[in-house]
Each structure stands twice: as C-alpha cells, then as structure tokens.
Design a protein around this ligand. Structure first.
Ligand code: B12
Ligand code: SF4
Length: 510
C-alpha cells in the first residue's frame, strides 16, 4: 500500500456512489483510502449536525490523520455542513481539503474563494492525479477539473471530458475496512451499506439526454458541450458482473433500483441486458422512465426480466408549464400514451410531480387534477415540493420574476431537509391545500373519481379546505391499514416500518 492516506466524506448519504467510485479507484491504485459517512438523511426530518457529531468527526479525522481529505457535496442543501466539517478538519489536522460533487459543479463560480480546492465535474481521474502528484511531492496547480484559490490567485483549470469508458472503473468496495459512520451522536466503525442492504442501487449509464431547467443535468450539458457523448453506457457484461458480485457480498438484497436518469434509452442494449438479467440475477427491480421514451417493446422486455414498477417523472400536469418553464418537451398525449402502455402491461406506474410551483396558475393545477383523474388505477405518485437549486435556469427565472429571494436558494434555505415530500405541516395558500388534498385522493382506488370531481366543483372548499385535509388523511389511514394487513399476511411488517409510514400518513400527501 502507498504511504499516502486519503479520507473521503459522504454527507447525509450512506450510498453516495460518486464517493464510492472514487474510493474504490484510489484503493485499486494502492492508496490508503477511507470513507466517513457523515449522517443519514431522514426524509422530511433532516437535522443539521449536533455539536457531538461535529466533535466525533474532528477526533476521527485526527485519528485517521489523512494526507488529503475530500468532501462530497452531493446536494446543495449540505453546503453548510461541508463548511463546518472543513473547519473541524483544519482544527484537527494539517491537510488540504478538497470539495467535489454535484453542488460544487453547479456553483463553481460562486464558491471558488471560500475553500482550498474544488473539483468540477467527474472526480475519479482528478482525485487520482491529485493523489499521484501530492504523494510524489509535485505541484497540483494545473490538474484538470481542479479549481483553486492559491494566495488570492484564482486558478481555473480546464475540465476533462466525461469518462467515456465506464467499464474501466472498479466496482464499489463492499467491506467494512476503513469505513466509518457518524449518526445519532455515535460513531460506528463499519460501512452502513454492508450492515443494511435490502435495496441495491446501481447506475448503468451516466448522463441524461434531456436538460430540464430545474435539474443538474442541464448544467452538465453546458459544462461538457463539445466534449463527446453526454450519455455513456456501461457494457451489459460489466453491469451483470457488478450485480453478481454485489449479490455475493451483500446477501440480503431483495430489490434493485436502477438510478439511471432515464433507463432503457438504447433498445438493443436493453434487450441484451434483460436476457442476461433474467438468466443470472432475477431480483425484482425498478427504474426511472421518461414519457417520451416509453414504448410497449421496452416495457414488455423490462417486465419479463423482473421490473415491478416504473417511476415516471411528469413534474407538472400542465403542458404549458412543462414546455415553457421546465423545458420538458413532452405533450400530455405522450404521458397518456406511456400510462396506457404501463397499464396494459400491468407495470405499476409511480409518478413524480413537483408541487409548490409559483409558475403554475389555478388552471394549471386543475389540469393536473384532470390528468390524474383520467388515468386508470392503480397508480402511485410522489408529490415533491419545488426546491430552488443554485446554478440552474429555473432558479434564475424565479429570482428574476421576484418569486423568491437569494435566501430561498437551496444552499442557504436547506428546504429539502424538512420539505422534500409535500407535507401538510408546511405553510401553503388555501388554494394549494385544496388542490393537494384532491390530488392525494386521486391515487386511492377506493375513492370514486366522480366524488373527487364533485368535490373539486365546491368553490367554498377552496376558501375552507380543512374538511378536504381531514378526508385525505382518513384516506391515507385506510390505505396504510390495508397495505399493512397485506404485508402482515406475508410476514413482511416490522415495527420500524410501521413507525416510519405512520408518520407520513398524517403529513404527506401521496
Ligand atoms: C441517484 C440519485 C440519488 C440517490 C442516491 C443514491 C446513490 N447511490 O448515491 C437517492 C435516491 C438516495 C438520492 C437522494 C437525494 N437526492 Co439525488 N440524485 C441522484 C442522481 C439521479 C444521480 C446521482 C449519482 O449517483 N450520480 C452518479 C455519480 C457517479 O455522480 P456524482 O454523484 O455526480 O459524483 C461524481 C462527481 O460529482 C464527483 N464527486 C462527487 N463527490 C466528490 C467528492 C470529491 C472529494 C471529489 C473530488 C469529487 C466528487 O465525482 C463523482 C464521480 O465522477 C442525481 C442526478 C444526477 N444525474 O446527478 C440526483 C441528485 C444528485 N439528487 C438530488 C437531490 C436533491 C437529492 C435529495 C436531497 C432528495 C431528498 N431530499 O431525498 C437526496 C439527497 C441525498 C444525499 N444525501 O446526497 C439533486 C441535487 C441537486 C443539487 N443541485 O444539489 C440531483 C442533482 C437531482 C437534481 N434535482 O438535479 N439521490
Ligand atoms: S429527464 Fe430527469 S434526469 Fe433528465 S434532465 Fe430532466 S429531470 Fe433531469
């Protein structure tokens, strides 16, 4: 092993594949690499670090005594925590601290003066080069992707093209060796994924062909313009090999989540993948699909190889808002066509919508309700509250129109900590409470659609929506008990599961 220690820090995410990729690459090249998983994010109940957790971090870093420490800011919400941990590191040891991750890439210009070093874009090649150079006592001033502030002088090195051959990256490391987890005021010396891994998360591609105005991918399109392919795909063999390896190392995997931005973009690849997956893996899985790319052929292949639901982003029920503000070019007919394919092939759709959207007028909200009422049941949806991430066009549009101020941007606001899913304990206009409650009812097969339509016509409920809130909570409760009974009969209910879901029944509209 080389005599150079690198410590990587993952914030509020015990998976964080970006950090795991960099870690396993450095390890494979002989570096003494460790990972600290700093806290886990409880959806809608995120808490900033406590003094105790910061202290635990400081003394752990002192104990590890790295030559380089890298913090991954996988989401802008965690920028403040990264700053706190950087300060703790500086108090504990004398090593350079490098920041990387989505937040750093989308806000490169704004954050340059604050810290030692920033890595823009993909980090594997850059981190390896930094370690090679530092361990040999060489300068890192001209390493590509590295932006640094050296004694007041800004150095912004060019960005290297995105990694074309994803198969060249080693798989994640599934051992407890040199892994630490700080959470709930305690330090654990293991990899949280090795301990708990019902769900295995994997990506077969990097990049998205679309560039929606609220999404980090729109920034990657600008960053990598003219540098080769945006969407890169691993070979089927490489993906299957990883799954076989993961299955051996993590024996409790019951589900696989393919977190590709859009799964199945290449039909030939998908065909080969489905055949191999059916033969060699056979674990139920789910994927993200896009209304524009769903075809009967694709969904049939996926279903036959183990797909049990498809998560489809719709984001706004209004075509005007989708096209004009989100730059999602799908027509309402595209969504309806995709839904009928999923229904026909009996793949349960899970639909994602962005709510609390100031670009939507009353008519747009009504359009969403009508759209949901036109879908065949059963379907599920997730209602997310719009978070204004820095560096993306939608945030700038909202700032320009005066809908928000700088302090509402996510690296300051930290809204996703407590309001990721739309919940009733968040302040909203009466009209929004009215629509959210009606929307929540549309997903419950036992609530007749004519009844929801009837309620939507009662204008007094727009001014006094409280009865609708009660009704949607009761409907949530009924579904909770019904699902609970079904799972109990299969012996799949745990106390922790009941506690987690019960909390959502009273607050979250699903
Ligand atoms: C998969 C995913 C998830 C998974 C994560 C699972 C996992 N295995 O990591 C789940 C569902 C858990 C998740 C949760 C959340 N997510 Co998410 N997620 C994604 C998604 C689709 C892919 C991320 C990914 O793994 N990419 C592949 C890896 C290899 O790339 P990467 O993370 O960018 O890492 C590379 C570089 O950034 C860099 N790098 C990363 N870390 C470091 C560290 C150092 C030191 C260096 C030098 C470099 C470096 O090198 C890495 C390798 O090349 C992205 C969208 C996207 N396409 O980026 C959204 C995205 C990251 N998520 C987002 C959000 C908001 C969230 C949540 C807050 C939602 C919530 N409230 O629950 C949480 C926060 C989770 C967290 N704690 O980080 C936003 C963040 C927006 C922003 N500007 O900050 C994104 C960008 C989507 C969007 N709206 O644009 N997410
Ligand atoms: S389709 Fe999804 S992943 Fe792709 S740019 Fe739009 S929101 Fe982002």
């Amino acid at each position: 092993m080389k005599d150079f220690k690198v410590c990587l820090v993952a914030l509020f995410n015990t998976e964080l594949s970006g950090v795991r990729y960099i870690h396993s690459l450095l390890k494979s090249k002989g570096y003494d690499a460790s990972i600290i998983f700093f806290k886990r994010l409880n959806i809608n109940d995120g808490k900033p670090p406590t003094e105790k957790e910061l202290e635990l971090f400081g003394s752990l870093v002192k104990r590890i005594n790295p030559d380089l420490l890298g913090i991954s800011i996988g989401c802008s919400t965690f920028r403040n925590t990264a700053a706190e941990l950087t300060q703790k590191t500086r108090q504990a040891v004398k090593c350079p601290v490098v920041w990387g991750g989505v937040h750093v890439t989308v806000t490169a210009d704004r954050t340059l003066t604050e810290h030692d070093m920033l890595v823009i874009g993909e980090g594997e090649g850059t981190m390896l080069e930094i370690c090679d150079r530092l361990s040999e006592g060489k300068s890192i001033a001209d390493v590509r992707n590295l932006w640094l502030n050296r004694d007041g002088e800004e150095i912004k090195n060019p960005v290297r093209p995105p990694i074309a051959d994803l198969d060249s990256l080693p798989f994640h490391d599934f051992t407890n060796e040199a892994k630490y987890f700080i959470n709930g005021d305690e330090l654990f010396e293991y990899d949280p994924l090795v301990k708990e891994h019902d769900l295995y998360q994997i990506m077969t591609t990097r990049g998205c062909p679309f560039a929606c105005t609220y999404c980090a991918n729109s920034v990657y399109h600008r960053l990598y313009r003219g540098m080769g392919k945006i969407v890169r795909t691993r070979s089927v063999e490489n993906v299957i090999e990883e799954l076989e390896y993961a299955n051996k190392m993590l024996p409790d995997i019951k589900q696989v989540a393919f977190y590709d931005d859009v799964f199945g973009l290449d039909l030939e690849w998908t065909k080969e993948f489905c055949e191999q997956y059916k033969k060699k893996i056979r674990i139920p899985y789910w994927v993200y699909v896009h209304p524009k790319t769903v075809t009967e052929e694709l969904i049939r292949m996926l279903k036959e190889s183990g797909l049990f639901y498809a998560d489809m982003g719709i984001q706004s029920g209004s075509q005007r808002v989708r096209n004009q503000f989100f730059k999602r070019m799908d027509k309402t007919e595209d969504i309806q066509r995709a839904m009928s394919i999923l229904n026909k092939l009996k793949v349960k759709p899970r639909l994602d919508f962005i709510m609390d959207n100031p670009f939507e007028e009353s008519e747009d909200k009504q359009e969403m309700l009508d759209l949901l009422l036109s879908f065949r049941r059963p379907f599920e949806f997730r209602l997310y509250s719009l978070a204004y991430f820095p560096g993306v066009e939608l945030t700038q549009m909202a700032l320009d129109r005066g809908y928000i101020r700088e302090e509402n941007v996510e690296d300051v606001a930290c809204k996703t900590m407590t309001q990721w899913f739309v919940s009733s304990d968040f302040e909203r206009s009466k009209e929004d409470v009215f629509f959210n409650s009606l929307v929540s009812l549309t997903g419950k097969s036992f609530v007749p659609r004519f009844f929801i339509r009837f309620l939507s016509k009662l204008t007094f409920l727009k001014r006094f929506p409280f009865p609708l809130v009660v009704l949607s909570t009761v409907a949530n409760l009924i579904r909770f008990f019904w699902t609970g009974i079904k799972l109990a009969l299969k012996g799949e209910v745990s106390f922790a599961m009941v506690r987690k879901h019960l909390k959502f029944v009273f607050t979250v509209n699903r």
